[in-house]
Design a protein around this ligand. Structure first.
Ligand code: FAD
Length: 371
């Protein structure tokens, strides 16, 4: 039997960030991951550290996201120092482009509301009309109505992030077990035994960070985790010279020169195929925003499944039935990576989730609470 302080189930961005965070605090950690046949949102996402659209009607989510974006600055440097891997983190603010006047008007309302709800923490933003946006980003097309801007947004390369989290975990004495799907989980209060990859693991704490697998695993430790897949498709272009001066929510240029064009939101169950109609929609929208893209070739097209709670918020909880069993899941694993490593890991280490993240408890799904 292999014994640890904490077992983390799921080696995607959420599990790896929490695992690194715990190892960084001196805990003996094992990170168990199913492997390539699993659904892995962490390997198919857009890489934004995005704040401006988060938390309308839920200021706690806006604060949590913004906190993570702020922590990201030092976190990226820390990962680079620990591992030598550069996550291509940038934090220069971002634009949500509005193509029609109607989009622009709706966006303006939403941003005003976010500003109101932020209260003392404030929420700085600017609405830029076509002329103002054109000054900032001369590449925009004539049909674009405008954009919203906040200084909080940024981006990173999610694959480098994942690699650096794994490397940093190992450097801090953590252990990573690929091809280790959890097949059985025996739970008692502060005593968890797991069979995975032909081995047995035991620890007083366990963190479920298995993305879409959390629904099934949660049931084994008395945690309701009602996550479901939401498909997203992304296009990648050939590399071109640096052309996009700013980061936008649907088109961004990576450090290597290729442009990422995102991204759909589809109810397609567990079907993670790509489809030509969505490819066309994404390409058309991107060309309307940035007409120069008409002459740039698409070289890749992929799809991945988001890990989505019914209300789109993260789920953070500790089992009342089996104390020591935690769950962490969200649909913004890049954005929240710093918060997961530096804050959520601290809460797991302390053995209790604080009021700051109580809004993300799974109690919100209880029938009684909903009534
Ligand atoms: C198209 C798209 C675009 C996105 N864009 C962004 C973005 O711009 N910014 C952002 O912040 N987020 C974005 N996201 C969301 C982000 O990718 C996810 O929030 C994040 O990857 C979730 O990470 P995770 O670790 O929870 O899940 P996953 O990456 O799915 O990892 C779960 C892991 O658990 C393992 N697993 C499952 N079951 C078991 C088991 N029984 N035993 C052992 N291991 C198991 C799997 O092997 C897998 O590696 C996007 C997602 C998609 C699909």
């Amino acid at each position: 039997m292999r014994r640890y302080d904490t077992l983390i189930i799921g080696g995607g961005l959420v599990g790896s960030a929490v695992a690194y965070g715990l190892a960084r605090r001196g805990l003996k950690v094992a990170l168990l991951d199913e492997g390539d046949i699993a659904f892995r949102a962490s390997r198919g996402n857009f890489g934004l550290v995005w704040v401006q659209s988060k938390g309308l009607g839920v200021p706690e989510y806006q604060r949590w996201t913004r906190q993570s974006s702020m922590l990201w600055d030092d976190f990226a440097v820390e990962l680079k120092n620990e591992t030598g891997v550069e996550c291509a983190h940038e934090h220069r603010g971002g634009l949500h482009i509005c193509i029609t006047e109607k989009d622009f008007a709706e966006r303006k309302k939403a941003m005003q509301q976010l500003h109101l709800e932020a209260g003392e923490t404030r929420f700085e933003y600017e609405m830029l009309d076509h002329a103002q946006l054109k000054k900032l980003m001369p590449e925009i097309g004539p049909e674009v109505a405008g954009a919203s801007f906040t200084p909080y947004d940024g981006a990173a390369n999610p694959l480098y992030l994942l690699r650096s989290l794994h490397a940093a975990l190992l450097k801090r004495g953590g252990e990573y077990f690929p091809h280790s799907k959890v097949m059985a989980l025996k739970a008692a209060a502060n005593d968890f035994t797991v069979s995975a990859g032909g081995e047995t693991f035991n620890a007083p704490k366990i963190v479920l960070a298995a993305g879409l697998g959390n629904r099934e695993l949660g049931a084994l430790v008395g945690l309701n985790v009602p996550v479901a897949p939401v498909r997203g498709q992304i296009l990648v272009t050939e590399r071109v010279k640096p052309i996009l001066s700013m980061l936008t929510i649907w088109v961004r240029q990576m450090a290597e020169g290729g442009l990422l064009i995102g991204e759909s939101r589809e109810e397609a169950g567990f079907n993670d195929a790509t489809t030509p109609d969505v490819q066309q929609f994404l390409a058309k929208r991107a060309i309307t925003m940035f007409p120069f893209l008409r002459d740039v070739r698409i070289v890749r097209h992929w799809s991945a499944l988001r890990v989505m709670a019914p209300d789109g918020l993260p789920i953070y909880e500790q089992s009342a039935q089996y104390p020591g069993a935690f769950v962490a899941t969200c649909h913004s694993g890049v954005t929240l990576a710093a918060a997961h490593a530096l804050r959520y890991a601290e809460f797991v280490d302390a053995g209790a989730l604080p009021a700051e993240i109580a809004r993300f408890s799974n109690k919100r799904f209880d029938v009684q609470n909903a009534a």
